[in-house]
Design a binder for this molecule. Structure first.
Ligand code: ADP
Length: 399
């Protein structure tokens, strides 16, 4: 079968996509649809080799956005209906207790993903609409769901259980699931290949630091803990999400500031984290504010680093012995300051960074620890689209 895979990541108001060859990892086209369902600012940027097409105009829903994307593919000489796509791979955020492997999408699977919307109301409904749209636009092409929660399915009960009323937790599926799993798995496998060892022999800590951010500890290729929880709000400080928060703050705020459920949800998902503290969620803007002497921005940075180090400490203890620490995603791959500050002063634990290596920009995987350090510190570019394409291709080609 063809290893050409269309990968879709449908968010609540956006769609990211790539058409790529799963075996060679060659990308034929990619793009981003923004502000789906919003009255202003709808925009699509589509790139296919040297060609770059842009569209500005209302995008009423995901289906309309995808129809326009399919047209843009045709305008750049790629007709998705006839080009011979082997599979469509969908990033699906929540697999609940039901899915922990890439899964061929049938009507029943689609219904189950929809049912899991109670656990991820901002994400799974968008994934369902994305799947329905491509099923209609590309009839007969196998579709595969790759779940963001899947890699963390292996966490032991002690790590994934919240200490609340057990019956209530069971009735409502309340436990830690973890997210960004495709990225954590991909970069940990890439690191193992770089180190020339099987993942089974490695204890690894991964920091995925993008707009969303999460950490994980991985023993022998198996995830044993992660910072995100039942929802992607828990854990590290993120662009607009607070990460760990005293649970008492939510009911307190609802009473004291008279916020209702959706206002609290909005505050925690869009108005907290770096943005809540400093007014900006983009890390580059935060750095500029700090350079200009903004004390709130500096505080936001310090809170961000403090939280990273707290998780690092926890995972060092969980693992006992650590072979490598991996930084990935926008901030992790591009901010030498974050990497240096996160690991500062830990030479006694065998953790050290070579300043020149850390500051040197280079594509691909790179070691930023000194050669003699007991723990190898790596920058590993993530590539969730490629991981999803390969998972989809593997499943469809071995059916
Ligand atoms: P997501 O996929 O979660 O939207 P990304 O992995 O693309 O996010 O990461 C986005 C973040 O990476 C932003 O905060 C952005 O400012 C940050 N980033 C990108 N490039 C740099 C850079 N050169 N230095 C510091 N931060 C950067």
């Amino acid at each position: 079968m063809s290893d050409l895979v269309l990968v879709l990541n449908s968010g609540s108001s956006s769609i990211k996509y790539q058409l790529l060859q799963a075996v060679s990892s060659q990308v034929l086209a990619s793009g981003l649809v923004e502000k789906v369902g919003e009255s202003h600012g709808g925009r699509i940027v589509h790139e296919a080799g040297p060609a770059k097409l842009e569209y500005d105009g209302a995008i009423p829903d995901h289906r309309a956005g995808l129809l326009r994307v399919f047209e843009m593919f045709r305008e750049t000489g790629l007709d998705l209906a006839t080009i011979g796509i082997g599979a469509v791979g969908h990033r699906v955020v929540h697999g609940g207790e039901v899915f922990w492997e890439p899964t061929l999408i049938t009507d029943d699977v689609l219904r189950a993903i929809d049912d899991l919307s109670v656990l991820a109301p901002l994400h799974n409904p968008a994934n369902v609409v994305g799947i329905e749209s491509t099923r209609e636009l590309l009839p007969g092409v196998p579709e595969v769901a790759v779940f963001d929660t899947a890699f963390f399915h292996t966490m032991p009960d002690a790590a994934k259980t919240y200490a609340i009323d057990a019956k209530l937790a069971a009735a409502h599926g309340i436990r830690k699931y973890g997210f960004h799993g495709t990225s954590h798995q991909y970069v940990s496998e890439q690191a193992a290949r770089f180190l020339g060892k099987p993942t089974e022999e490695l204890n690894q800590i991964v920091f995925h630091l993008g707009n969303g951010a999460s950490a994980s500890s991985i023993r022998g290729g198996v995830a044993i803990d992660t910072s995100m929880g039942m929802t992607p709000l828990e854990g590290l400080v993120m662009g607009t999400r607070p990460g760990d928060l005293d649970p008492g703050i939510t009911p307190y705020l609802m009473r004291a500031a008279e916020l209702d459920v959706s206002q609290v949800e909005q505050l925690l998902n869009r108005g907290s984290g770096l943005k809540g503290l400093s007014g900006v969620n983009d890390f580059r803007e935060l750095q500029q504010l700090i350079d200009g002497g903004d004390s709130q921005a500096k505080l936001a940075y310090d809170v961000y680093i403090h939280r990273l180090r707290r998780y690092l400490g926890a995972y060092l203890v969980e693992l006992g012995r650590v072979d490598d620490i991996i930084f990935t995603a926008g901030v992790g791959e591009n901010s030498p300051a974050v990497r240096a500050d996160a690991l500062a002063g830990l030479q006694a634990l065998g953790i050290d960074i070579d300043p020149t290596r850390n500051e040197t920009r280079a594509p691909g995987i790179r070691r930023i620890s000194p050669d003699h350090a007991a723990v190898t510190v790596l920058v590993v570019p993530t590539n969730e689209e490629l991981a999803i394409a390969r998972a989809a291709y593997r499943l469809v080609s071995t059916r």
